[in-house]
Design a protein. Structure first.
Length: 132
């Protein structure tokens, strides 16, 4: 390969790389900023739903935001809380760490009855891990 041809190919590769880098680097920083904002908004004593977080932070991508929440949960920076609520009072009956732990039925202290647990009375919240 002649040196002119090599320089032209190398220049094209660098141009493609430069264009890709201009897309990747801002996204990387946006993800870091968004993760930092999640940590700032959440407190161990303040829980927010996914929709509340989206409303407060206006993420650039919902799917990317979901991945960030999963990463923060996996790394124990934030906790995901699965709460079974009373269908009558909408007060929390019990919290769980995982959806797999949620029973099919639960005693509702607020009504004095055993209720079937349905998707309508399960809420998912996020809060800052007390260990951070």
């Amino acid at each position: 390969i002649s040196s002119n041809c090599w320089l032209r190919v190398n220049g094209q590769i660098m141009s493609i790389f430069s264009r890709k880098l201009r897309i990747i680097v801002p996204r990387f920083w946006e993800k870091r900023v968004l993760a930092s904002q999640v940590k700032d908004v959440l407190r161990p004593d303040k829980e927010l739903t996914f929709n509340q977080l989206v409303e407060k932070l206006s993420p650039f991508s919902i799917s990317e935001f979901t991945r960030i929440l999963a990463e923060l949960t996996t790394s124990k920076v934030i906790d995901q809380v699965i709460r079974v609520e009373s269908p009558e009072t909408h007060s929390g009956i019990r919290d769980y760490d995982s959806i797999d732990e949620v029973p099919e039925q639960i005693y509702d202290n607020y009504t004095g009855q055993t209720i079937d647990v349905t998707p309508q009375n399960i809420k998912v919240f996020f809060r800052r891990s007390p260990h951070v």
